[in-house]
Design a protein around this ligand. Structure first.
Ligand SMILES: [Zn+2]
Length: 152
């Protein structure tokens, strides 16, 4: 995709290429866009960085989704994807199994109002929240907590 030809009425996330559930706005006064994506959350990205991620390592890009989505959901912050995006992606790539399991508990706690509530977790959309690369990675941690009795 050529970001110079991108139109707000044709919203496709420049990183994961999804258009379902995606919207985009031009950031006023800046050469950047603010996207809302089901995987990446709400984030800002410059035209230059869009070109930069276009040929990025797909595995690392999946971890970039952890960075933007966790900032959006857990910190309620719209981050700007840095030009050197690989540096933030490797942080998610390198988290421990223990940290990932803890992150899932945080997500569950955030989504529930009452103890014992049924908490909706959608592995194929929520995996960036726990630093894994796909839905089966998240399902692993769901099973982990289910088996340990901490969630049901
Ligand atoms: Zn996306």
């Amino acid at each position: 995709m050529d970001p110079y030809k991108m139109q707000p009425e044709d919203p496709m996330c420049p990183i994961c290429k999804r258009n379902q559930g995606t919207s985009v706005e031009v950031v006023p006064g800046r050469d950047a866009f603010e996207y809302s994506c089901e995987l990446y959350g709400q984030y800002r990205i410059s035209r230059l960085t869009i070109l930069n991620v276009k040929h990025g390592d797909p595995t690392l890009l999946k971890h970039l989704s952890a960075y933007t989505r966790q900032k959006w959901v857990l910190d309620e912050t719209v981050v700007t994807v840095p030009e050197s995006w690989e540096e933030v992606a490797v942080i998610s790539r390198d988290t421990t199994m223990h940290q990932r399991a803890e992150k899932l508990l945080k997500v569950i706690a955030r989504r529930s109002n009452q103890p014992g509530d049924e908490v909706p977790i959608y592995p194929d959309l929520d995996y960036p929240l726990v630093d894994v690369r796909d839905g089966s990675g998240l399902s692993y941690f769901l099973a982990y907590w289910r088996d340990s009795g901490a969630s049901n």
